[in-house]
Write a protein that binds this ligand. Structure first.
Ligand code: AKB
Length: 315
């Protein structure tokens, strides 16, 4: 039976590339993109699109019924930096969309859900290096609190109602097709754009702030992999730690400088420094490696080469 998939938040940084990857795999007409605004040409022209506010259960239910959707990827969320400015809006968006999707699955209107969590579920009391799958969490940001609560609800719906929900704790994601928006790790994308357009970058984090990061191709591969894994292989129903690389802004700048020798970086930390300081520096993802054979392919060097190669004709 061919399945129909709905992506909520399809026009964002992850949603755009995820939609294109799923369309490639399952056929353009089988993957319905949705968002509260239209996306880039490649996304809009490659398959069906719906304007959809997923905080509205009735509208969501209508789209599910119309397209006979069996799987949802819920990528809409307010990220860490913006969420500090609009706490209630962030909480309502991040939680209500999740409840709507979980309840559709509980009502047997859909079969399977992907919901992204984040390294933001961890907090200042979490072990910073090689942060384990199960450890002290205590997030100190609005976004982190919503992701931590979301994880608990995913696990609850699985245990109580047998809802097949799968999740990954994404690190900061680096990509060239769509800009991130409102995150603390956004510097790691902006830096490449500025290196090409202005040969300099003013970083909003301190030079020695080490954070876990991942190139988008790896993140998309992980997402498809966890969703395709047999149900018996998914042992974590809250969310899986996922890792690829960890580095500081200074290390990243040196990496760019090796290709663009004129590049310079300066530092002017703002409120995002506090958020970054509360997060892990590196992540232990051995559980994901063991359970569904996850393995990252992009390190910092390969990421820099790929980013600069793809962005040089755009910037
Ligand atoms: C953010 O910076 O808010 C996100 C994340 C780490 O979840 N990129």
């Amino acid at each position: 039976m061919p399945k129909y998939i709905l992506i909520i938040g399809a026009c964002g940084q992850i949603g755009t590339e995820l939609t294109l990857a799923l369309r490639e795999k399952y056929g353009n007409d089988h993957v319905i993109a949705s968002d509260i605004r239209e996306g880039n040409d490649e996304l809009m022209q490659s398959g069906p699109f719906e304007i959809l506010d997923a905080t509205n259960y009735d509208n969501l239910e209508e789209v599910i019924a119309y397209y006979d959707i069996s799987e949802i990827y819920l990528m809409a969320a307010m990220l860490s930096a913006t969420a500090e400015k609009f706490p209630m809006r962030a909480w309502n968006l991040n939680m209500n969309t999740l409840f709507n999707v979980l309840n559709l699955a509980k009502e047997k209107k859909i079969d399977k859900i992907f919901w992204p969590s984040s390294i933001a579920v961890f907090g200042p009391n979490t072990p910073k290096e090689n942060t384990p799958q199960n450890t002290i969490m205590e997030p100190s940001t609005v976004y982190g609190i919503s992701k931590q609560s979301g994880e608990r609800w995913c696990e609850y719906y699985f245990n109580k109602f047998n809802v097949d929900v799968r999740s990954i704790r994404y690190p900061g994601l680096i990509s060239w097709k769509t800009m991130p928006g409102g995150g603390t790790t956004d510097y790691a994308v902006e830096i490449y754009h500025k290196a090409l357009s202005e040969s300099s970058y003013m970083c909003f984090l301190k030079e020695d702030t080490k954070l876990p990061m991942m190139f988008m191709d790896d993140a998309i591969r992980a997402t498809l992999q966890i969703m395709e894994a047999p149900e018996s292989k998914i042992k974590e129903r809250s969310s899986y730690n996922l890792a690829a690389m960890s580095f500081t802004p200074k290390e990243m700048a040196e990496n760019i400088k090796a290709i663009l020798p004129k590049f310079t970086i300066d530092y002017s930390p703002d409120f995002r420094q506090n958020i970054a300081d509360s997060w892990p520096s590196s992540i232990d993802d051995s559980k994901a490696q063991k359970d569904w054979k996850w393995k990252a392919e992009f390190d910092l060097q390969k990421t820099t080469e790929t980013m600069l190669e793809n962005l040089k004709n755009r910037v």
